[in-house]
Structures are given as C-alpha cells and as structure tokens.
Design a protein around this ligand. Structure first.
Ligand SMILES: [Zn+2]
Length: 351
C-alpha cells in the first residue's frame, strides 16, 4: 500500500558526513536515502540535528541489570562543541536542499509539506534533538528559525541548560529527575512565539508536565511508544498519552528496538514482528483516538526489526494496519493528515 507519509524523526544526516550526494544517488547502508524514500512514499520527514558525545557512548544494553539495563547520563556537552556541531549539521541540511536539483525542499511552511504530499519533491523539516547548541539567551534560536528550524526537542537523553532527558533505563518510570530550568521554560515560550514545534520525546516526566502547562501548542512526542506495553523510560505513560490527546497533539510511534521501545521484554529484539509495532498504534488509538497517532520511525538513529528493514518497510506496516481493520482514511490520518493538522496549528501558518 503506497500512501504518502510524514515521518516524525530520523537521524539520517549523520550518515552523510562526507557529502550529501550519496543521499540522492542511493546507498546500500542506513535506513533512508532519496530513492528508497521516494519509492516508499516518504513525502516529508523531520531531519534531526543531533550532537553525539565526543567521547564513546555505548548503547544502553551495555549497562545490564538483573531485569534490564540502567545507563547513566553521558557527560554534558560544552556549548562551544555543541554550537560548532549544530552549525555543521544545519549546513548539511541546507546543502541537501541546494544540491538536490529541486528534489528536496526544506519545509518552512505547511504549504511546502503539502507540495511534498502532492509528489512535487521530498520535504525535510529541520529539527534539533537536544538544544545544547542554543545559548540560554536564545539568540541562536531566532537565527536558526530564519534558516528554517521548525522543531526543537529541548533535551536528548542527557542533562543540559534547559532540563533533563530520561536516562535509558528498563524497566523504569519516565519520572527520573527535575523538570525544566528557567531557561528551559523560556525556550518553550519562545518556541511558541516563533511557531517552532516542541518535541517531548526524551524529556523526563516532570519536564513533560512543565511543557504541558506552559505551551499553547498541541503536545507532540515525535518518536515514543506506550509505556504500558514496553516499560522503558523513553515511552509515554497513559497519563502522558491522554494529555497529548487532550491538547489535540500526536504521538509518532517509533520502530526502535535497540534501545528497545517496542516489545515488552526490552531486550535487543531484531526479531520483533511488525505486529509488535502496530500494537502500539492500536493502543494509542484506543486511548486517544485515530486523530492523535502518527509515525516517528527513528530511522538511522537506532536499529529496527529485520521485518521492517528500512524505509521501504513502511508500506508493509501500512498494509498490515489495513489488514488489521483500519480504513483508508484512518491510514491517511496516521500517515500524514494528523501531522499536517498539528503543524498548521503549531507553526501558526495560514498558507
Ligand atoms: Zn531520539
């Protein structure tokens, strides 16, 4: 089933350290490139600017406990390092548009995304995952907005000047530490003012409720699943899911299995079935309705089940939803209509 879709999160830019030409030509590695995306219906995606720790940062499963794992926070990043890295990644994003020959457009308006849904080009939404590269006075935020930034996750699973993400722990509640700092609260207000989406994925629970109480935009978790099914810190409790629904926001369901956010065992489970992913989709629909569920792969930022493989597996996932009883309209809502509604409201964009 080929339906155009908007994907809530990828780390694909990390794969193009040596230039973006292979993205357009196609590569055998990673989860997303232009040809595979285009073939599968990937109309638009959130392209993350993520600053990795400069020292080694092993996967969470390296920190085994009796029942699962508990990874400590990686070291905080220095502003100088994060700022330089952020500029490098944003420049790469701009290069993707510039070198695409019209095949890839940086989405600055909802109209830009509608063009992608209509098949005119592929669109990328510039996202920052962990705002270490933004100064506390938020000067960089205004500059980045002008460049095309339209989505910010204040924290990754790390502590920074704005708040704390959840450390990777399984099994564990997402209530792992303090809420947003004053700078974090200002960041939320300024994102609201500019019309930048705030991403709740990776925030700890107190930070989540801080955003919920301050923000005037629909609440969005771009790549998170149901904690009730897979009790990892990165997933959302029922109360959080309900708040997202009540705000007219959405959850982008993720396929991440290392760290595992899909199956109840929490282990590295590349053998997970596509039904293990759709289980989260049905669970969310059951709680908050079809209008508040979307896709948020985390492609190229994690491993995904072998059954899905890469972006070319998404049509299989949508097919499965059809077999499981969802109508064409339901599937279109999950694939792109819900994202369009939320972005229209959040970007304060009347185009
Ligand atoms: Zn992430």
């Amino acid at each position: 089933m080929k339906v155009p879709f908007i994907d809530g999160h990828n780390d694909t830019m990390m794969n193009f350290e040596n230039g973006v030409k292979p993205f357009f030509k196609g590569t055998k590695e990673g989860h997303i490139d232009w040809p595979r995306g285009n073939r599968s219906g990937l109309a638009a995606g959130f392209y993350a600017v993520f600053c990795p720790n400069p020292d080694t940062d092993p996967l969470p499963v390296a920190y085994k406990t009796e029942k699962g794992y508990e990874k400590p926070f990686p070291r905080p990043l220095s502003y100088a390092y994060a700022c330089e890295y952020t500029n490098k990644m944003v420049a790469r994003f701009l290069k993707m548009e510039a070198e695409s020959g019209g095949k890839f457009k940086a989405a600055r308006t909802v109209g830009d995304i509608e063009g992608a849904i209509a098949g005119e080009y592929m669109a990328g939404i510039l996202h920052i995952e962990g705002a270490e590269g933004i100064d506390k006075d938020l000067h960089a935020l205004s500059v980045l907005y002008e460049v095309g930034l339209r989505s910010v996750g204040p924290v990754w699973s790390r502590a920074n000047a704005f708040g704390e993400g959840v450390p990777y722990r399984f099994p564990s509640s997402p209530d792992t530490g303090p809420g947003l700092t004053e700078a974090g609260k200002n960041l939320v207000r300024e994102c609201n003012r500019l019309g930048i989406m705030i991403d709740l994925s990776h925030l700890n629970e107190k930070g989540f409720w801080d955003v919920a109480s301050i923000s005037d935009a629909p609440l969005v978790a771009t790549h998170s699943n149901a904690h009730q099914i897979c009790p990892v810190t990165r997933n959302l409790t029922d109360k959080q899911i309900d708040a997202i629904g009540e705000s007219n926001g959405l959850v982008g369901v993720t396929y991440s299995i290392n760290p595992n956010m899909v199956t109840e065992d929490g282990a590295n489970n590349e053998g997970a079935a596509l039904t293990d992913i759709t289980k989260h989709i049905h669970y969310m629909i059951g709680r908050i309705g079809i209008n508040h569920v979307a896709l948020g792969s985390d492609f190229d930022g994690t491993r995904v089940p072998t059954a899905l493989k890469d972006v070319t597996g998404v049509p299989k996932l949508l097919n499965l939803l059809k077999e499981e009883g969802l109508s064409r309209d339901d599937i279109e809502k999950i694939a792109y209509k819900n994202w369009l509604r939320v972005l229209k409201e959040t970007w304060k964009d009347n185009s």
